[in-house]
Design a protein around this ligand. Structure first.
Ligand code: GLU
Length: 416
């Protein structure tokens, strides 16, 4: 795993390179390099053993030029200001790229959610929400789920915020349970978007999806949905992995078996009719598509050369290091970058927020159709720019996202 310092420097380096290409004026460049607002809070929580533990919480709002800021909340031992700042910046480019009226934000609490009870998680969520209550709201900043947070976390956040305002305000967070103003299709939005991007990349490269051999790293909310949808489309899922390791069958993994196995054993390892592989070996397999859908820094200069797949669709945020990026470009791998590939989540979050503030809810068909239009629209814009300028898809995506924010900043001017 790469360090948060490197993640942060990479985000800045990427921005600087693109700012140079776009010739963004210095004053605007400086404003875009720095987050608009960063809040660090202490989150004291009464643990089940009666002792009080103080966790560190963060919320960084990178930019609000195009609208309220938007982005997930993660619970993970690795969370710090650098990580959250880097990911907030990426959210800004992602939202702009998808033509959404949002800036980017990210937040999190440094904790180990796997060692905490539901009650502890609830108390931590409620206290964290209270500590950041002044800077969130449906017109200010709208959190959503991210690593190790889910619909229940969002329900607690919405309830805590609403209790303090004195009325129910569903639009303060997205990714809520359906009953509380959540949207149909939100839980699977990111994975569905990833699947659409695999299909589009395959259309460009192979004209056909059938029999495409896919390896997926990470079987959380993103990887598991992408696996199911791609399998339904006729792809062969040859390998999957999670924190326990991976499993491989060149003839294809039978998804019903896999789901049953995970239900019984929690993890993928030990699935019948498969060979055990490590998370590292997954990247070296003979396959057509790799979907890294776990955490940052998985494809590095150490393993990029071994990759045989011709398509990579980044379900996770920041799974490829800049050094690996160069190697993949030389190998002519078609890479769909994270800010596009995993944007299905925030896109359906946007639909959820629109539905919440209108108190009018759409059908699942509506959502899926709109999501597909938005994802494929962005894919085509990026592909056209990449072909026109002879640049890779990541640079093209960043140019489109960063360019829109820079232009908007210029139009709005500098206050006062
Ligand atoms: N955490 C997700 C992301 O990184 C979703 C954010 C959102 O829905 O606001 O894009």
């Amino acid at each position: 795993m790469i360090s948060n310092d490197i993640l942060y420097e990479t985000a800045l380096k990427q921005f600087d390179t693109v700012a140079e290409i776009l010739n963004i004026e210095d004053g605007i460049r400086e404003r875009m390099r720095n987050p608009k607002r960063s809040l660090i809070v202490s989150v004291p929580v009464r643990m089940d053993n009666g002792k009080t533990k103080v966790f560190k919480g963060y919320r960084v709002q990178h930019d609000i030029t195009l609208g309220p800021s938007k982005g997930g909340i993660r619970y993970h031992p690795n969370v710090d200001l650098k990580e959250v700042s880097a990911l907030a910046m990426l959210m800004t480019w992602k939202c702009a790229l998808m033509h959404m009226p949002y800036g980017g934000a990210k937040g999190g609490v440094q904790c180990n959610p796997e060692e905490m009870s539901q009650d502890e998680l609830e108390r931590m969520t409620r206290r964290f929400t209270t500590e950041i209550v002044q800077i969130i709201g449906p017109d200010k900043d709208i959190p959503a789920p991210d690593l190790y947070t889910n619909a229940q976390t969002m329900a607690w956040m919405m309830d805590t915020y609403s209790m303090q305002q004195g009325n129910t305000i569903p639009g303060v967070v997205t990714g809520k349970p359906l009953l509380l103003g959540g949207s149909l299709g939100r839980a699977e939005g990111t994975g569905r978007g990833v699947a659409y991007m695999v299909m589009e990349a395959a259309r460009v490269l192979y004209k056909n999806l059938r029999g495409l051999r896919v390896a997926i790293q990470g079987l959380g909310n993103v990887g598991s949905v992408a696996a199911r949808l791609l399998n339904d489309q006729g792809c062969t899922i040859v390998a999957v992995s999670d924190i326990s390791g991976g499993v491989y069958n060149p003839q294809g993994i039978l998804l019903p078996y896999l789901l049953h196995h995970i239900k019984e054993n929690k993890h993928v390892t030990g699935l019948m009719d498969t060979d055990a592989i490590t998370n590292e070996e997954l990247f070296e397999l003979d396959c057509d598509v790799i979907v890294p859908a776990a955490i940052e820094g998985q494809i590095t200069e150490k393993n990029a050369d071994e990759i045989k797949a011709k398509i990579i669709v980044e379900g996770a945020n920041g799974p490829t290091t800049p050094e690996a990026d160069k190697i993949l470009q030389d190998k002519k791998v078609f890479l769909v970058p994270d800010i596009l590939a995993n944007a299905g989540g925030v896109t359906v979050s946007y639909f959820e927020w629109v539905q919440d503030i209108q108190y009018y809810f759409w059908s699942e068909d509506d959502i899926q159709k709109k999501l597909k239009d938005v994802m494929i629209g962005a894919f085509n814009r990026i592909l056209a720019l990449s072909n026109k300028k002879g640049i890779d898809m990541r640079t093209a995506a960043l140019m489109l996202g960063i360019g829109r924010v820079a232009e908007a900043k210029k139009m709005r001017g500098l206050y006062p």
